[in-house]
Write a protein that binds this ligand. Structure first.
Ligand SMILES: O=C(O)CCC(=O)C(=O)O
Ligand SMILES: [Fe+2]
Length: 208
């Protein structure tokens, strides 16, 4: 059996990112795909940018809609259990000290996008590893909607990833600029972040 967490860990150690098609167990992928669509128009909210204290909605940078995931539903529970196993494996292999995980469903309606950005800035965040998985079966390259992952600030070419169901992408949050190109059809995904615990004294970071 292919050990997905092991593969992710060794790619992170080698190059800092990992793009793995068919990484999600098929049953989990189906459950999440259904859950992502069932929530359309019900719970999705316009996504914002920045930390809680400087939260703002700027549609010129980001125009997806999101719904935070918790273990209050069966799909949420199953997904968080899978991520928790991955977190344990990454800690064991890479000594990252990952402490918690936060994630949300994202829905990009046709034409929506997320401009080039970093998920974290060095020294100013406790987000260490970003994880994205896609929930669109039969995605065509003519549908657009690629994630483009750049090596560094200077890279203008990047690597394009089709958001096909089951593909998992993991990368160091403060190292790899990336963007989501507009798609011609609805695009569903989960974006999440493994974090370290930087709480000290009476100040709790991050704010809940
Ligand atoms: O959906 C994707 O491919 C990436 C999303 C992303 O970059 C983010 O939510 O920060
Ligand atoms: Fe991002």
């Amino acid at each position: 059996m292919i050990d997905i967490p092991q593969q992710i860990a060794s790619e992170i150690a080698r190059v800092g990112y990992c793009i793995l098609p068919n990484a999600l167990p098929a049953e989990l992928c189906t459950t999440l795909t259904q859950a992502a669509r069932a929530e359309t128009d019900r719970k999705y909210r316009q996504a914002g940018i920045g930390r809680a204290d400087q939260h703002q909605q700027d549609r010129s940078i980001r125009s997806d809609e999101i719904d935070w995931i918790d273990d209050g539903s069966e799909p949420g529970k199953a997904w968080l259990a899978w991520c928790s196993e991955l977190q344990a494996a990454l800690n064991q292999c890479l000594f990252l000290g990952l402490f918690s995980f936060e994630c949300h469903f994202a829905h990009y309606a046709p034409g929506r996008f997320y401009g080039r950005h970093l998920d974290a800035f060095k020294g100013r965040t406790n987000r260490v590893l970003s994880l994205v998985t896609y929930l669109n079966s039969g995605w065509q390259s003519s549908d657009g909607g690629e994630l483009v992952l750049y090596q560094d600030e200077a890279d203008q070419r990047g690597v394009a990833v089709l958001p096909e169901a089951g593909t998992v992408v993991v990368f160091l949050s403060d190292e790899f600029p990336h963007e989501v190109l507009p798609a011609k059809v609805d695009r569903y995904s989960i974006a999440g972040w493994f974090r370290v615990n930087t709480s000290s004294g009476r100040s709790i970071d991050p704010p809940s």
